[in-house]
Design a binder for this molecule. Structure first.
Ligand code: S3P
Length: 174
């Protein structure tokens, strides 16, 4: 099977990095997490970038990173949840890849993120409300920009992985 880049988009805490890592092992593709690239290049964490320079600057770093990694071939790319805020990112990612939206409901996202404080946008007084509001704003964009949607809201990690592999194989068998 000859597949191009597999790009995973979706909300914070939907499991993009976990699944991306599993898929990279399965398909023997290099795994790239764009947030990791941003942190390595900046020499600081996402939280520090937001604190010191603000979200706008983070989005510039994100756009540059996406532009670079989009040029690669045969890689699995896990993106930050806000990647869909900038259409240039999507245009770049689509050049060599298919885009898969890993869809998860607010409940799952809340449970997956509650033990972590490494996502500046969720460090609000009302995390649940913030998740719901952002999900409402962003879901139409994730849906619009993706080639494939997988709703993992009621799936375990293993079930999500199985579903992913099945759907990717089916997509390329067309
Ligand atoms: C963000 C998601 C984060 C990270 C940054 C902003 C967002 O990535 O890029 O905190 O705007 O949704 P994850 O989706 O990997 O948590």
């Amino acid at each position: 099977m000859n597949i191009d880049n597999i790009v995973i988009i979706g909300f914070m805490g939907s499991g993009k990095t976990t699944l991306g890592t599993m898929l990279s092992e399965y398909f023997e593709y290099e795994f790239i997490d764009t947030d990791d690239c941003i942190e390595k290049n900046a020499g600081m964490s996402i939280t520090e970038i937001f604190e010191k320079y603000g979200e706008e600057y983070f989005r510039e770093l994100e756009e540059n990173t996406i532009k670079n990694v989009s040029q690669k071939r045969s890689v699995i790319i896990s993106t930050g949840g806000g990647v869909i805020k900038n259409k240039n990112n999507i245009d770049n990612l689509k050049k060599n890849g298919i885009i898969i939206f890993l869809k998860a409901n607010a409940e799952k996202i809340y449970n997956n993120t509650i033990d972590f404080d490494n996502r500046p946008l969720l460090n609000t007084a009302d995390r649940r409300g913030t998740i719901e509001k952002l999900l409402e704003e962003r879901t139409p964009l994730y849906e619009k920009y993706s080639d494939i949607i997988i709703d993992v809201s009621s799936m375990t990690v293993d079930e999500s992985f199985e579903a992913f592999v099945h759907i990717i194989k089916k997509y390329y068998a067309k």
